[in-house]
Design a protein. Structure first.
Length: 125
């Protein structure tokens, strides 16, 4: 693995943790503002991928009213950087694929036909 790929993985880890912290801060603010049902829904639905989207959109809707401008800006930066880094990781991973034969194909190529003893029988009519 190249040094560039390792650095990209570290950046992805940092922005992922940053996104999680921002999500938790927005959900905590929901509970403080008596939006308990919405907070619980976001926590439960985070495992489906929908909870984070709900919290993100609702956080931006209430950013001025609840004073979440800095948190939402940080969360947006984390999301944008995370998407860019993951796209670059796909590109790096694609360049790391070894061209040519796979290991299985190389093993097959190394075998000699004399090693395989197959007797063919004539089918009976």
């Amino acid at each position: 693995m190249t040094l560039f790929a390792i650095l990209l993985y570290l950046v992805a880890l940092v922005v992922g943790i940053g996104s999680l912290v921002c999500f938790v801060l927005v959900v905590v603010e929901m509970f403080k503002r008596e939006q308990t049902g919405l907070g619980i829904a976001c926590i439960v639905l985070i495992f489906c991928g929908i909870g984070g989207i709900i919290a993100f959109v609702y956080g931006w809707i209430k950013a001025n009213e609840w004073g979440l401008q800095k948190i939402m800006l940080a969360w947006t930066v984390c999301l944008v950087v995370g998407i860019a880094v993951n796209v670059m990781l796909v590109g790096v991973g694609a360049t790391m694929v070894r061209p040519g034969a796979t290991d299985f194909q190389q093993q097959l190529d190394g075998m000699q036909l004399d090693d395989i003893n197959i007797e063919l029988e004539q089918p009976s009519p």
